[in-house]
Structures are given as C-alpha cells and as structure tokens.
Design a protein around this ligand. Structure first.
Ligand SMILES: [Zn+2]
Length: 152
C-alpha cells in the first residue's frame, strides 16, 4: 500500500513508527519532509505536557475572581427575584383569607373576640411572611455556596 501525505503525517503526529513505505514517502515528498519534524515536535509536546508552574492555580483563581464574583451577584439577584415573584399573590391570598375569617368569626363570636382573633391571625401571618421573605436572600446565598461547593 502506498502511503499518502495525510496518512504519513497522521502517523507522525500520533507518534507511530513509520514503515519503510512511509519513510520513503517522507524522504521523497517535499510537504512531508517539511511537516514531519514539526509534527514530531508536536507529538512529543503532547506526550509529556509541561508541569504547571507553582502558584498557577492561585494566579488563575485571582484573575477569574472578578468575573466569578459578578456571576455570583447576578445568580443571587436572579434567585431572589424568582423567590419573591409569588409574594404579591401570597399577600392577596392572605388578605382574602383574613377577610373570610373575619366575616366567619363575626357571625359566630362577639365582635371584640372576633376582632382580636383576626388581628392576632393577621399579625402571625405578617410575622411568618416577613421571616420567610427575609430568609430568601440567606437561602439563595446558601444555595449558591452549596452549588459552588459541588463544582470544586
Ligand atoms: Zn507527502
């Protein structure tokens, strides 16, 4: 089988030993004569990649830190917006539930007791809603930290 330029150069690049046919082709072909030494050097470099210099990881991390921080802020803002999106609907449902409870209790209980229970329930709902809303940034930050921990 006669060796073509592509076959010979591929064999050189992959570090294979050339057969007699291929060696004759390299000696006779101007393209292969010029390219074979370069490809041999590439094959040698690929076979034993250089060791990274000491501190390269720290330098790369320092160079990437501003970009990573910006991406982190964006992801945090996105997570907070997504988490707070249903808040108006929750407030509307709570207001509707408070009004319904107030109407129900007003028909059964004395006015003072019904009003007290409605205010108490409203305060409890406001407290829980406030705590849940305040926890959103903390939970989003924690979720991002957990995700970044998985990537390391
Ligand atoms: Zn050739």
């Amino acid at each position: 089988m006669t060796a073509g330029c592509e076959d010979v150069l591929e064999a050189v690049l992959l570090g294979r030993t050339l057969g007699a046919d291929a060696a004759r082709h390299v000696a006779a072909c101007p393209r292969c004569t010029a390219d074979a030494p370069v490809l041999r050097a590439v094959a040698t470099a690929l076979a034993a990649p250089p060791e990274p210099s000491p501190g390269a990881g720290a330098r790369i991390a320092a160079a990437a830190a501003p970009v990573l921080a910006r991406l982190r802020r964006r992801a945090l803002a996105r997570a907070i917006v997504v988490a707070l999106l249903p808040l108006p609907l929750i407030v509307l449902i709570d207001a509707w539930a408070v009004r319904a409870l107030g109407g129900l209790l007003a028909g059964v209980l004395p006015d003072a007791l019904a009003t007290y229970l409605v205010y108490h329930w409203t305060a409890a709902l406001a407290l829980w809603l406030g705590l849940a809303t305040a926890a959103v940034p903390l939970l989003a930050e924690r979720q991002l930290r957990g995700r970044e921990g998985c990537l390391r």
